[in-house]
Design a protein around this ligand. Structure first.
Ligand code: URA
Length: 439
């Protein structure tokens, strides 16, 4: 086979065969094809698209380009979740211990934040000593001993995706549904999941800003999973305003801890209960946890009786973190300057744009521009209102946590500009826009 023929075939809008896709991906991963040929194929895919079969073949080629984690000797059924990235999305920090506390082992590899999207690893690293770089043996030992492990992604997992994603980043080929879907799903499949709950975000603070695109992405990922023999559920969730109140690493961890104690913001709790419920129902494989109300009652009980929080403690201790910071979140990194933005008028909250809130938090130092940049765990925002809420003049809108006095004025001005009010009532935003069930 020749790369040039495969590129030309896609350029002309023809469907690539399974063998052609596998040959191209394997050759590129081994370093036998240059970046410029891979870039050309990516652009041809961007412009001409891919059929369902091609997308499945691309996903599987990437998933099997390196190690595929096999936990079947430890876990009868591995259930995983994936969020397509959002603002204030600390769901994994709640859902993983919550599900594990019900006796369903969870072994998750997560990512770091990039741009205005936060990352679970960064949030966990707010805890002194928490080790995200586990050896394979330690990863397996923690699953066996604790039924919960949450680490960074191993380098050997879906290496083709790592190489291709870096190319997409610099060739304007990131926003392409088959490429996004195959990138996400290749990592999930390589991480050994039997059942996957996808949380596809839609709105101003998400990859997908409109519902039709988000639905299409979710459907493609569900189809890929089903064709690859996985049980799949996708939810479409709102990301026009931040999820929960906190945006920023230690602040989000603190809020997740509150949620594990049965406290914290209602939207976050509801979101986590929904996702955890689907994870339990997948893990029950139609035999157990079939009744929605019963599942909800079990999960709510675990938040109220300390079991879900105990699992978080076990996770942190297992990975070398200072558990006193979890027992007492006031010990987590704290910014020296705390200032409140209050409402300059009364009215209904019309917009708290998630992308702008993320940018304001980013400007305080909570995010990273490019891979490897340092991150400030302590800074960020707590947003005290939701779209549709009625506020009075002078009521608190946002608490700013900053390192420097000089950051306050621009941050306040930014927030004042982007949080908008209406004199007439505004519909609250829904938490979810829909669900897609695979097998
Ligand atoms: N997240 C991924 O892992 N890959 C993409 O292409 C987009 C988001």
């Amino acid at each position: 086979m020749r790369a040039i023929d495969i590129i030309a075939k896609k350029r002309d809008g023809n469907e690539l065969s399974k063998d052609e896709i596998h040959w191209f991906i394997d050759s590129y991963t081994r370093g036998d094809l240059p970046d410029y040929q891979a870039s050309a194929l990516l652009m041809a895919i961007f412009l001409k698209g891919m059929s369902r079969e091609e997308t499945v073949n691309l996903t599987l080629a990437m998933a099997y380009s390196g190690d595929v984690l096999d936990l079947s000797d430890l876990i009868p059924y591995a259930v995983d979740k994936h969020s397509s990235g959002g603002v204030g999305d600390k769901t994994s920090l709640v859902v993983m211990p919550l599900v594990a506390s019900c006796g369903v082992p969870v072994a998750k590899m997560s990512g770091r934040g990039l741009g205005f999207s936060g990352g679970t690893l960064d949030k966990l690293e707010s805890i002194k000593g928490y080790n995200v770089n586990l050896t394979n043996d330690d990863f397996r030992r923690l699953v066996r001993e604790n039924g919960i492990v949450l680490s960074g992604q191993s380098h050997d997992l879906a290496p083709a995706d790592g190489k291709l994603y870096a190319l997409r980043d610099v060739t304007a080929t990131v926003p392409c549904l088959p490429l996004i879907a195959s990138s996400i799903m290749s990592k999930k499949i390589a991480a050994g999941a039997n059942g996957i709950v996808l949380d596809v975000k839609v709105g101003r603070g998400a990859f997908m800003t409109n519902l039709d695109d988000a639905r299409e992405l979710a459907q493609i990922m569900v189809d890929i999973g089903v064709d690859a023999g996985r049980d799949m559920i996708a939810v479409l969730s709102d990301m026009n305003q931040p999820l929960g109140d906190a945006v920023g690493n230690a602040l989000e961890l603190k809020e997740a801890i509150a949620c594990l104690h049965g406290e914290g913001p209602d939207d976050l709790r509801e979101h986590c209960l929904e996702l955890a419920g689907y994870m339990l129902r997948l893990a029950g494989q139609g035999q157990k946890w079939t009744d929605e109300k019963e599942v909800r009652a079990i999960l709510t009980g675990q938040l109220g009786n300390g079991q879900a929080f105990a699992k978080l403690r076990q996770l942190v201790i297992g990975q070398g973190g200072d558990v006193s910071m979890v027992n007492d979140p006031s010990l987590l990194p704290k910014a020296p300057i705390v200032e409140q933005l209050t409402a300059s008028r009364s009215g209904y909250i019309a917009q708290i744009p998630a992308d702008e809130i993320a940018m304001a938090s980013f400007d305080l130092g909570a995010g990273r521009e490019k891979k490897g940049d340092p991150i400030d765990f302590a800074v960020g925002l707590e947003v005290h209102v939701k779209v549709g809420e009625k506020v009075e003049n002078g009521s608190p809108l946002v608490t700013i946590h900053a390192q420097k006095q000089s950051q306050l004025a621009p941050c306040l001005a930014h927030l004042e500009r982007v949080i908008t009010f209406s004199d007439s009532p505004v519909e609250p935003l829904p938490l979810f826009y829909g669900r897609i069930f695979g097998r």
